[in-house]
Design a protein around this ligand. Structure first.
Ligand code: B16
Ligand code: MG
Length: 216
């Protein structure tokens, strides 16, 4: 039976996936190459450092560690500038309505994000109060597709993995949910999220009743 929902942040509740993409693209451009939307898909859900490693490999670059740190910082500064302009009006379709319905139905809510900027985003969008627990990129060692972030969320909520649904836009996140022993709802394109139990275009298609049916 459904007891808890664990939400990914970027690309599920807020459209920050496009800001990550813009910032990585800008960094790649300054290094003399470009990124495709298909490549960006592979950056979703994974950590900043892992993202940089992929971007540099695509550009055929191998750079010293101190330069890599500077590049990651530069990308993050551009990204933070973009998210700093966010407001409660910049939630993705259906996000607020679903959080309100979950609270009304007594379903616990946790955040399971790979981002180290999750708290800033929750603050800017006034989402913090919906969450019974927050697990973000500052609190886990292994990033998605490792299940750590979602298992830590379930533990904080004191529910078992079998009672949880994860809402995720990234293939790495859907895999993390499956490895945690949780149901996974994919947000986006079914072709990118083949491991999900159910794929929807956005949260507007999700209700507590539909989530409950995943447990039948
Ligand atoms: P930061 P999520 C993830 O957030 C993003 O999907 C991923 O593209 C990003 O690299 C990662 O956060 C780290 O973000 O640079 O802000 O620490 O989707 O797990 O909420
Ligand atoms: Mg995401």
């Amino acid at each position: 039976k459904l007891k808890a929902c664990l939400f990914d942040l970027d690309g599920v509740l807020v459209d920050t996936a496009q800001y990550h993409y813009q910032a990585w693209k800008k960094l790649a451009n300054t290094l003399g190459f470009d990124l495709s939307a298909q490549q960006n898909e592979q950056l979703k859900g994974i950590s900043r450092t892992e993202s940089l490693n992929k971007v540099l490999a695509w550009g055929g670059l191998s750079l010293p560690a101190d330069v890599q740190v500077q590049l990651a910082e530069r990308k993050n500064a551009w990204y933070v500038e973009m998210i700093s302009a966010m407001t409660p009006a910049t939630l993705l379709p259906g996000a607020a309505a679903l959080l309100i319905e979950l609270r009304r139905e007594g379903i616990s809510i946790a955040l399971g994000s790979a981002s180290k900027n999750a708290r800033l985003i929750l603050e800017k969008t006034a989402l913090r109060d919906y969450f019974d627990a927050v697990v973000d990129g500052n609190m886990v060692i292994r990033s998605k597709p490792d299940p750590e972030v979602f298992l830590a969320g379930a533990e904080k909520l004191r529910v078992s993995a079998a009672e949880c649904v994860v809402l995720e836009d990234a293939a790495a996140g859907v895999e993390a949910a499956r490895r945690a022993g949780m149901k996974a709802v994919g947000i986006g394109n079914p072709a990118d999220l083949i491991e999900a139990d159910w794929v929807v275009p956005d949260l507007a298609a999700v209700t507590v009743e539909r989530l409950d049916e995943l447990f039948c």
